[in-house]
Design a protein around this ligand. Structure first.
Ligand code: HEC
Ligand code: HEC
Length: 173
């Protein structure tokens, strides 16, 4: 009986120590020398979740480049300090702002027009429509729709495409 009590005291002692250490590890933050640096907060996310992990963000960005057939610098400006690097939080490029709208649009289409028809329990996130579904490896899918008149009788090849033309004028696609 006595031994059992002692053992119990010993184990609960260890338990308390471990909880204490766990809390310490949680609050100690990046200064603790455990060789682990948490992801620094993103500086300028307006549509993606602010706490998105580095892996998930990189994965998304790589999807964008592949879907549009571009490189990171299509949306991100070179850094003023070191032009060999990109200044990711910088918002100067219009393509980045357009991409924000596209991300929102894609999320809304999935959320409002696909998710409701998924059986319960509904998944947290539905990704039926994504960038590549429309873009197919080109930044400006509309440009390649000029032959659409054949397939889609009401498609107007003389639609208002001033933006497309302006971008072309700058030597971009
Ligand atoms: C089609 C446009 C586009 C391309 C291409 C693109 N990005 Fe992005 N990126 C964005 C947008 C838009 C945001 C901001 C999202 C938001 O506001 O939530 C962003 C944000 C980021 C951020 C976070 C910056 C911060 O701290 O706010 C990083 C890092 C980043 N991109 C890296 C990359 C890398 C690396 C590549 C190439 C593999 C890449 N991006 C390609 C559009 C793009
Ligand atoms: C429903 C179809 C559709 C989806 C989904 C879509 N896009 Fe687009 N996107 C277009 C069309 C069409 C244009 C050309 C619009 C124009 O000419 O004004 C375009 C234009 C753009 C442009 C500007 C290119 C330029 O040269 O004007 C960017 C950047 C872009 N999309 C990024 C994205 C990203 C990133 C995603 C995924 C998050 C995405 N798009 C999803 C249809 C789509």
């Amino acid at each position: 009986m006595k031994i059992k009590k002692k053992l119990f005291a010993l184990f609960s002692g260890i338990g308390i120590l471990m909880v204490g250490f766990g809390l310490y590890a949680f609050t100690a933050g990046p200064s603790s020398d455990q060789g682990y640096l948490p992801q620094p907060p993103w500086e300028n996310l307006k549509v993606l979740p602010k706490d998105i992990s580095k892996d998930s963000l990189t994965h998304l960005m790589k999807n964008y480049t592949a879907s549009l057939g571009v490189k990171c610098n299509y949306c991100h400006m070179p850094s003023k300090v070191d032009p060999s690097k990109l200044d990711f939080p910088n918002d100067t490029k219009i393509e980045k702002e357009i991409a924000r709208g596209m991300i929102k649009m894609t999320n809304e289409i999935n959320e409002n027009y696909f998710k409701p028809f998924f059986p319960d329990p509904k998944p947290k996130q539905v990704q039926v429509v994504n960038c590549v579904l429309c873009h197919r490896g080109t930044a400006n899918p509309e440009k390649y729709l000029s032959q659409m008149g054949e397939m889609y009788k009401t498609y107007d090849p003389n639609r208002d495409n001033r933006k497309e033309k302006a971008l072309e004028g700058e030597g971009k696609q």
